[in-house]
Write a new protein. Structure first.
Length: 114
């Protein structure tokens, strides 16, 4: 899914199948992953939804990198993305499961969240 601006440029937001609703706002995890990947302390990340009775979903970022940077990462995410899109928590891993095609194994990452 995406949009086109007045000048005709196409901007991709993310895949429709990964879009989630957080407090009645459509959120594309790919947008958040792209931002998080630019921050010091993160080498890989995937943003996953977790059910939440009040908001529909909350977002958790699964990361590899430097856990000592967690506070700075969360502050930067809240400042840039706002409180609804910013991940509530970061879950750090030492390994990174991938599918046969080399893409992050989102199903396995979600299943292994505490």
């Amino acid at each position: 899914m995406g949009w086109q601006d007045r000048a005709g440029y196409l901007f991709l937001a993310g895949r429709a199948g990964r879009m989630v609703t957080v407090a009645d706002q459509n959120v594309f995890p790919e947008e958040i992953e792209t931002f998080l990947a630019t921050l010091p302390g993160i080498t890989r990340c995937a943003v996953l939804p977790r059910p939440d009775l009040m908001r529909g979903h909350v977002l958790i970022a699964v990361c590899t990198g430097d856990p000592a940077q967690e506070d700075a990462i969360l502050r930067a995410a809240r400042a840039r993305l706002g409180p609804l899109k910013a991940p509530r928590h970061l879950h750090w891993r030492g390994d990174w499961p991938v599918t046969a095609s080399g893409k992050p194994d989102l199903t396995r990452l979600a299943a292994e969240l505490p």
